[in-house]
Ligand binder design. Structure first.
Ligand code: ADP
Ligand code: F6P
Length: 764
């Protein structure tokens, strides 16, 4: 096949070619969500889509099925990969890749989405590199016709990182890592109970290959006493130091110890370093009962978390957008044709990176670890990772057992509804203070507590176990500071030198009130920090608030159950009402993550006529048997005259006796129980940054009254006075909310276009 021939006979009809999607390597929860998005977005753009089963093995052997819209229905809540995955040595060879390419040419599958870890993406990159040569060979051997060879001159390839290890440097998260953390924390929470009863030490092995992400992140979230991870340099006397630390915390009254060890750990000689070894070293030095646990493949199993479902959906959608990008004339975009890309997450933004660049970085980090250059490897993993290596020590290591001459007193108050993760913030704040000899007091029951002397000391020991506890152990209330003279008096009485306010929009407004009244009340002239904690995610200055992730996971769990009952009993419309007031965050996000049909929020509001039109549309589909249920997620405070009850009656008027409508108001159950790993570790991160700001107000810049905001991948101090102009005080909402633009994907990926035919598809 010469280049000349190819260009002269190029076929212009783009949608004769097709898109293939596959999973490879270790499976991970959330992959199904990505597959669903790839399939539906591809079909929506009028391309054929193929499901490649069993990873590269299936690509080689031709286990490939055409997908239709319903092939990917009801799969977002299921863990693993429903199309199967594998590790396949044959694909590592040129001949293996040639067989795979032949299968692809036969289906004109010249667009490929590979979901997997760095190994799988390396394999994909190799296929792309060999593609032209293989195409020429297949043509020369008479295996493919000229027109097909011409159409397939280029393999368009997009990778999605699906791996629990989260070792791919350019993306903040890979699909599955959050679910794995969820499983790890859940398991260790259970172990803590038995460890406490028996006063035991548990050494727990977690996965992660060469990367310490799972070990470090879970270690922070479960208040582990020590974490071993592959990027750590192990001192020769590590066992003595570890045992000294364990003895110290035992003297402080701790009844149990948790030690986490990442699977890829090696000692200074490069020898494997595992839980059994740690156990025997402890037993040689202490008279304690030590047990080892390997969590193994449990970590990869189970239902995907909210974050992994949403990540899968957004990455899958964006992969197709990139793959099928067209130029202004509607022709396939050729700007980046030589480079395959990977879809990455940076903060809350989806970005693409060159696959080649990403793989080189991962390889470099793995090489550094192999050669014992752990510092370089840690640096390559980025500042977030580096921070974690420091946080682990802060959380677990008591530097001061007793307060000597006190220098300062900082107070912490929980304002707003009690949400999961508030305690984790206070825990980290208090543990940091211990390192700097600062006294911490907790104000019980919000501003009323300060007025009524509800102030208690918080110590290293008294906050033990707080990271894992839901709600607010200090007591929280949704109230603004009033009777300011009493509040000022309370701060004076307890000699407060700095204040941490934990809460949502009310916490932000509280800080603003104090800031504005500084000239009148001298005791308000102290550094003040707000850590956003609200399920509504409406605190300004941040893209994420503590507590929302726990709520979203709980709501997803309940919506999954309701959906199951709707599928079983058929012909039902379910209206599920979430919290969030005027912020539609919970409703929009849950609808996306659960594959619900519709979300109604204040940001995407409907009037009665529109509800009536929707009811008509749903009725037609139910009557035609095109759908068997319809799930609407509705935010509690949309507009006054369209409540859940009035929506129900509009639907019922339309349906008559034919179909039924049910409302479920999830109420306070949405706050969830124990905080998720995300809320714990992000809460701890923010609690640490809050302490640093009060301890050294210069860190906040010119203003010393700030919200700690997650901006991109970083935590920033954002002055409250500047944020006043960026909110709507009537509705308690920030003016800009990043998540609003994702709302349109709910219908796009759920509603099959009217004109799309559902072919009967035979599976291989
Ligand atoms: P992960 O994708 O989870 O990192 P692996 O490293 O086991 O998992 O890789 C999964 C599969 O990707 C392998 O079984 C193989 O088929 C393919 N693969 C990995 N590395 C290469 C490579 N260097 N060349 C070709 N294929 C590869
Ligand atoms: O890459 C994901 C992962 O779960 C690693 O953490 C672990 O080392 C490996 O896969 C386990 O592989 P397998 O499932 O083949 O035993």
């Amino acid at each position: 096949m010469s280049t000349k021939q190819t260009s002269s006979k190029m076929d212009k009809i783009v949608n004769q070619v097709s898109v293939g999607v596959m999973t490879s390597g270790g499976d991970s929860p959330g992959m199904n969500s990505a597959i669903r998005a790839v399939v539906r977005e591809t079909l929506r753009r009028n391309y054929r889509c193929y499901l490649i089963r069993e990873g590269y093995a299936g690509l080689i052997s031709g286990k490939i099925d055409e997908a239709n819209w319903s092939s990917v229905a009801n799969i977002t809540h299921i863990g693993g990969s429903f199309i199967g995955t594998s590790r396949c040595d044959e694909f590592r060879t040129y001949d293996g890749r040639k067989k795979a390419a032949k299968q692809m040419y036969e289906r004109q599958m010249f667009n490929l989405v590979v979901i997997g870890g760095d190994g799988s993406l390396t394999g994909a990159q190799k296929l792309k590199e060999d593609w032209m040569k293989i195409g020429e060979e297949l043509f020369a051997e008479g295996n493919i016709k000229l027109d097909v060879a011409n159409k397939g001159r280029e393999l368009r390839l997009v990778g999605i990182v699906g791996s629990i290890d989260n070792d791919c440097i350019e993306t903040d998260k890979s699909i599955g890592s959050d679910s794995a953390l969820h499983r790890i924390c859940e398991s260790i929470d259970g172990l803590v109970m038995t460890a406490q009863s028996h006063q035991r030490i548990f050494v727990i092995e977690v996965m992660g290959r060469h990367c310490g992400y799972l070990a470090l992140t879970s270690g922070i979230a479960v208040e582990a006493d020590f974490v071993f991870y592959p990027e750590m340099s192990l001192e020769e006397n590590w066992a003595d130091k570890l045992c000294q630390q364990l003895e110290t915390v035992r003297k402080l009254g701790k009844r149990h110890n948790i030690i986490i060890i990442g699977e890829g750990c090696k000692n200074a000689k490069g020898e494997k370093f595992d839980a059994k070894l740690v156990k025997s070293e402890i037993e040689n030095r202490m008279t304690a009962e030590v047990r080892t646990v390997s969590l193994g493949h449990l970590q990869r199993g189970g239902t995907p978390t909210f974050l992994d479902r949403l990540l899968g959906l957004r990455m899958g959608y964006n992969a197709v957008k990139e793959l099928l990008r067209v130029d202004k004339d509607g022709k396939p975009f050729t700007g980046s044709q030589n480079n395959a890309s990977v879809i990455c997450l940076r903060g809350h933004t989806i970005k693409q990176q060159s696959l080649d660049k990403v793989l080189r970085k991962v390889e470099q980090a793995n090489d550094e670890i192999k050669h014992g250059n752990v510092e370089k490897a840690t640096k390559l993993r980025g500042t977030g990772f580096l921070d974690k290596t420091e946080f682990v020590a802060v959380v677990s290591n008591p530097l001061k057992t007793e307060m000597s001459s006190k220098s300062k007193v900082f107070a912490v108050i929980h304002v707003g509804l009690p949400v999961a993760g508030m305690n984790a913030i206070t825990f980290a704040f208090t543990r940091m203070a211990n390192q700097q000899n600062i006294e911490i007091v907790g104000i019980q029951g919000a501003w009323d507590g300060l007025k009524n002397n509800g102030v208690i000391p918080l110590t290293w020991k008294s906050v033990e176990g707080w990271a894992q506890e839901g709600g607010s152990l200090l007591g929280a209330k949704r109230q603004l500071p009033s009777e300011l003279d009493q509040i000022a008096q309370g701060l004076n009485d307890h000699n407060i030198d700095g204040l941490l306010i934990v809460g949502g929009f009310t916490a932000f407004v509280s800080a603003l009130i104090m800031h504005k009244n500084r000239s009148e009340y001298s005791s308000f002239n102290i550094p003040i920090v707000v850590v956003p904690a609200t399920v509504s995610n409406n605190c300004p200055g941040t893209c994420a608030s503590i507590g929302a992730d726990t709520a979203l996971n709980e709501i997803c769990r309940q919506v999954d159950n309701i959906r199951q009952s709707a599928i079983g009993s058929k012909n039902k419309v379910m209206i599920i009402e979430t919290m969030g007031k005027r912020s539609g965050y919970l409703a929009s996000m849950v609808a996306l993550a659960t594959g619900s049909d519709y979300a109604i929020t204040y940001q995407n509001v409907m009037d009665k006529d529109q509800v009536s039109q929707l009811a008509k549309k749903v009725k037609t589909k139910l009557e035609a048997g095109k759908i068997d249920k319809y799930l609407i997620i509705k935010s509690e405070d949309t507009i006054e005259n369209v409540s859940s009850a009035s929506m129900k009656s509009i639907f019922e008027q339309e349906f008559g006796e034919k179909f039924s409508v049910r409302i479920t108001n999830l109420g306070y159950s949405q706050f969830g129980g124990h905080p998720t790993c995300f809320d714990r570790q992000m809460g701890i991160r923010m609690g640490i940054r809050a302490f640093e700001a009060l301890f050294n107000p210069k860190k906040m810049g010119k203003r010393d009254c700030c919200v700690i905001g997650l901006r991109g991948s970083r935590l920033k101090y954002v002055p409250v006075c500047g944020l006043e102009k960026k909110v709507c005080m009537n509705h308690f909402l920030p003016l800009k909310m990043w998540w609003i633009e994702t709302h349109s994907l709910i219908e796009r990926l759920t509603w099959k276009p009217e004109d799309m035919e559902e072919k009967t598809i035979t599976t291989s």
